[in-house]
Design a protein around this ligand. Structure first.
Ligand SMILES: [Zn+2]
Length: 305
């Protein structure tokens, strides 16, 4: 049996509409695009949540992997809990990286944003569980890809790889861009409307990123891949700019999942209405309807909290 390869990519600050409008053929070939809700509106909060299994999801979808309330892609299981059958990977440990390590995976991580800098206490928190970790800084995806490729070449057996991409974060810049990284069109509290420039630049950044990610995505074609935004940005909506603020534009993100070589799509209403689905819903999430016995209710609450 060939090795399992898991890849987790966060496109930092990438808005859903940016992704939907971009020419990003390599990422889009993974799986259908979903409009999802992120677990937080800033980098540290969102990654801290995702690293314990709370990846972006579609509330109410009642479908494993796309709705983490129903079934998480990465589930941190409690002591003695064998899994309930709707999670992608049942893991044990203080976070999902440790969980994969405990399963024998080589864990490889690289990040662009300062929250991950291992020279800081927050960066230690987000990076220390990886076997190999490279903090790159904001505009160095090419070097990140070279580093990851070398690490994967050396790894034997199963691997878990995490990549945090910085080009899509303000000020929206990439190597070779025809504008200055010193000109940030998305300044908090600005009174100029530069929304169109924000959209143009973040989209160009994503299209650049898509090309650089292609070999890594190809390498994981038969494996499991999740690509998502960790949060979005406001571009003048309700007078707000950038992220770090609670707003639908900072918590709506693109999400694509490929699970063990298969694209994860929304299920049809007919399939969702099947008797098996109804039974699963009662068991996993049907609280408050009065049908779940107290033991199930307590267990489900612990699982899904
Ligand atoms: Zn971020």
């Amino acid at each position: 049996m060939s090795a399992d390869r898991v890849l987790f990519v966060t496109l930092d600050s990438c808005r859903y509409d940016t992704f939907a409008n971009a020419a990003a053929p390599n990422i889009k070939a993974l799986a259908p695009l979903h409009k999802a809700q992120s677990p937080s509106y800033f980098t540290y909060g969102s990654h801290s949540a995702m690293f314990v299994g709370f990846t972006p999801g579609i509330p109410g979808a009642a479908q494993p992997l796309l709705d983490p309330k129903f079934g998480k892609l990465f589930k941190i299981a409690g002591a003695g809990f064998a899994g309930k059958g709707t999670e992608g990977y049942a893991l044990s440990g203080s976070n999902i990286i440790e969980g994969f390590r405990n399963l024998g995976y080589t864990t490889i991580g690289t990040a662009a944003m300062g929250w991950f800098d291992p020279a800081t206490p927050t960066g230690v928190h987000l990076s220390r569980s990886f076997d190999h970790f490279h903090y790159a800084g904001a505009y160095y995806l090419r070097k990140q890809m070279e580093w990851v490729s070398r690490r994967l070449d050396r790894a034997s057996g199963d691997t878990f790889t995490f990549v945090n991409v910085g080009e899509t974060h303000v000020p929206y810049w990439f190597e070779g861009a025809d504008w200055s990284p010193d000109d940030n069109p998305c300044l908090p509290f600005q009174d100029r409307d530069r929304a169109a420039e924000c959209a143009r630049r973040q989209r160009a950044c994503l299209e650049f990123v898509d090309g650089l990610l292609a070999p890594l995505l190809e390498r994981h074609r038969d494996g499991t891949v999740i690509v998502c935004g960790d949060h979005g940005d406001c571009w003048g909506e309700d007078g707000l700019w950038e992220h770090g603020i609670a707003h639908p534009m900072t918590t709506t993100v693109p999400l694509l999942i490929r699970y063990k070589g298969h694209p994860v799509a929304r299920e049809t209403p007919a399939r969702q209405a099947s008797p098996w689905r109804a039974a699963a819903r009662r068991l996993l999430g049907g609280l408050g309807a009065g049908e779940a016995c107290p033991v199930h209710a307590r267990t489900a609450s612990r699982w899904n909290g």
